[in-house]
Design a protein around this ligand. Structure first.
Ligand code: PGA
Length: 274
């Protein structure tokens, strides 16, 4: 059984300016220096990436971007390419965040191209999926998440799918203070493993890193991270406070008990997909 190491990602969104970012970056570096059993990625805005890479140099903290274009270069005014990110020592990239899908009208096809481009350049995609409240009220949450995952991973080999982190972020829980209950989150994480089993294989499903996002704070992190299929968190607002973020990472470290059999179904129920 592969050991699923916890992962906690801080998504700063459009916050902080380069001249004041060092306070937060230094605070994170100092606090997180002692963490050894959790992978941590800090995702500041593009203009802070060079400072973040310098601050985290020679630490185990990785630096990620919040978006990218799928092309390598060309006439795409205002865009940032995967190789530009690589050049800045960026190793991860958040893709398909609901704020990008909603405010910037990113389509399923574009997200698929971005996932493929990130993998081509050796960047780890953190693929965000999740339903709106209206979709959940209609009972469509699994269908919505399934469509987002299947389309984002279209044409990606199982080997490469195993390098993708999936972040389940119910849209109704992002920045609202309304966290999914641990049971709701666990159910969807288990469902995501079934989807990966169906489109790849059992080993990819069992070993996939699936993290939860949506109003994760120090106060609710432990109960979410204690769920068997929740491997970490994608943290927005609470990642802007070094102490709070450190407490979330510490929860992930405490909940990590080493290799354990994930609890999920007996594989995909193909018939129910017909
Ligand atoms: P939040 O954001 O923690 O502020 O809800 C999470 C995210 O959007 O990644």
């Amino acid at each position: 059984m592969e050991l699923r190491r916890p992962l906690v990602v801080g998504n700063w969104k459009m916050n902080r300016v380069p001249s004041d970012a060092s306070v937060l970056l230094d605070g994170l570096r100092e606090r997180l220096a002692k963490v050894s059993n959790v992978s941590v990625v800090v995702c500041p805005p593009f203009v802070i990436l060079p400072a973040a890479a310098a601050a985290m140099d020679k630490t185990s903290i990785a630096v990620g971007a919040q978006n990218m274009h799928h092309e390598t270069n060309g006439a795409f005014t205002g865009e940032i390419s995967p190789n530009m990110l690589r050049d800045l020592y960026v190793t991860h990239v958040i893709l398909g965040h609901s704020e990008r899908r909603t405010h910037f009208h990113e389509t399923l096809g574009e997200i698929n191209k971005k996932v493929q481009a990130a993998l081509k350049y050796g960047l780890t995609p953190i693929l965000c999926v999740g339903e709106t409240w209206a979709e959940r009220e209609k009972g469509n949450q699994e269908e919505v998440v399934r469509r987002q995952i299947v389309s984002a991973l279209k044409g990606v080999s199982s080997d490469l799918v195993s390098q993708v982190v999936i972040a389940y972020e119910p849209v109704w829980a992002i920045g609202t203070g309304k966290t999914a209950t641990p049971e709701i989150a666990q159910d969807m994480h288990s469902e995501i493993r079934s989807i990966l089993w169906e489109i790849c294989d059992e080993s990819v499903a069992r070993n996939a890193c699936i993290i939860y996002g949506g109003s994760v704070k120090a106060a609710n992190a432990a109960e979410l991270l204690a769920q068997p299929d929740i491997d970490g968190g994608l943290v927005g607002g609470a990642s802007l406070d070094a102490e709070e973020f450190f407490e979330i990472v510490s929860c992930a470290e405490r909940e990590y008990v080493g290799p354990a059999a994930p609890i999920f179904g007996e594989g995909p129920d193909f018939q129910s997909q017909q």
